[in-house]
Each structure stands twice: as structure tokens, then as C-alpha cells.
Design a protein around this ligand. Structure first.
Ligand SMILES: C[S@@+](CC[C@H](N)C(=O)[O-])C[C@H]1O[C@@H](n2cnc3c(N)ncnc32)[C@H](O)[C@@H]1O
Length: 196
């Protein structure tokens, strides 16, 4: 993780609720899916300001983030039993096969090295464990041009506007169970994978 990403999210933490308001309908769908599954150990990487935490209904949740400010907001607003840790998703300090579920909600295109992140997720998931990825994915329609046009600006605000999941070799080690598309342009998607 670069120092710039870390410091950007420390400063951005105050404004993040505005972004979160816009993302809420997709998150509702994500948590409907997550909460249908049997109770288990769940890791939320890039947990941010903890806005998602009340949406978990039954799992034992560990939330990690590289931004101290984001985590400190999360810990003040949420008092239920959730473990919050300052940790880099690209270099997880957990042993192999510890989690039943991993959630990457609007984080895969933010980290410096998504390939390394997915490697780490594969390692810490149990066999048959599930990975939930909610994100924008560059579509094969007119929105592709918008992603390319915003490439440089996006880099300044620390995310990759052009993002293709199939370019990650590690994702091919997972089985894709479900793909939920949001809106007619399918710019945002929820992808649910299983580790074999
Ligand atoms: C766009 S926010 C998403 C927050 C939350 N998951 C959500 O859905 O609203 C991205 C978060 O990922 C965190 N982040 C960035 N790089 C990270 C990394 N390498 N490991 C863990 N968290 C990271 C940022 O600090 C920020 O809180």
C-alpha cells in the first residue's frame, strides 16, 4: 500500500458518508446475499468508516483497513462485537484458511496491487469459502470511454477507473457462482466466488 493512498483515505474519511449514500442500493443487495449464508468468520477488507457494519446480521466480523482515521470513525460509531484492525489487505497477518467469507466492497480498484490482494484472499479463505466483490468494472459499452477519460483524474483520487476483473490471474483460481449487475449499463456489479 502506498503512503499516498493511506493518507488520502485519512483525509477523505469525513466526506465518505456522501459516497456511501450513493452506493447504498448495491450494498443492500450485497448484504442480502451475505446474510443468507450460515454464520461464519467473515473478513471485510477496506472496511472504511464502518458504514457497512450494522448490515451484517449473523457473522463474526473482522474489519481491516490501512486508514487509521477511517477505522477510528468505525470504532466510534459501532459498538457491537466486531474486531477492527489496522492492516494491509495485500499483506494479511492471518494464517491460512481462517475465514469462511471475505468481502471486498469498493476496495479492489483502490488497493495498489489487486492481484496481490486476491492472492491473500485466496490464502486466508477456507476451502469452499466465498469471496464477495462489489465494485465498478469497466464495461464493454459507451461507459468504457468515460473510464478511460477519467484515468488520470482517478489516479489522483487513488482508484483505478479502468478496471477489468479478468486481468487478474488469481481470480481464475476461484469459481464464479453469481454475477449481479446493477443498472442498465451494468457498470457496478456484485461478483460472488467460491474457493475450490
Ligand atoms: C472506497 S473505500 C470503501 C469502504 C467500504 N468498504 C465501503 O464499501 O464503503 C476504500 C477503503 O479501502 C481502504 N484501503 C485502501 N487500500 C487498502 C489496503 N491495501 N488494505 C486495506 N484497506 C485499504 C481505504 O483506506 C478505504 O477505507
Amino acid at each position: 500500500m502506498s503512503r499516498q493512498t493511506h493518507s488520502f483515505y485519512n483525509k477523505f474519511s469525513v466526506f465518505y458518508p456522501l459516497v456511501d449514500f450513493f452506493l447504498r442500493p448495491q450494498k443492500t443487495r450485497l448484504f442480502d446475499e451475505v446474510n443468507q449464508l450460515p454464520a461464519g468468520n467473515l473478513l471485510d477488507i477496506g472496511v472504511g468508516n464502518g458504514a457497512n457494519l450494522p448490515l451484517y446480521k449473523k457473522h463474526r466480523v473482522t474489519g481491516i483497513d490501512t486508514s487509521f482515521e477511517m477505522l477510528s470513525i468505525a470504532s466510534k460509531r459501532y459498538h457491537k462485537q466486531v474486531r477492527l484492525l489496522l492492516m494491509n489487505g495485500e499483506d494479511l497477518l492471518f494464517g491460512d484458511g481462517q475465514f469462511d467469507y471475505v468481502v471486498l466492497s469498493h476496495v479492489i480498484a483502490v488497493v495498489d496491487n489487486p492481484e496481490q490482494l486476491v492472492e491473500e484472499v485466496f490464502r486466508v479463505l477456507k476451502p469452499n469459502g466465498r469471496l464477495f466483490i462489489l465494485n465498478h468494472f469497466t464495461p464493454n459499452n459507451w461507459l468504457k470511454q468515460v473510464d478511460f477519460a477519467f484515468r488520470i483524474f482517478a489516479r489522483m483520487v487513488h482508484f483505478k477507473s479502468v478496471f477489468y476483473i479478468h486481468e487478474l490471474t488469481t481470480i481464475r483460481r476461484f469459481k464464479l457462482l453469481k454475477e449481479v449487475r446493477f443498472g442498465s449499463a451494468s457498470y457496478f456489479k456484485l461478483l460472488i466466488y467460491q474457493k475450490p
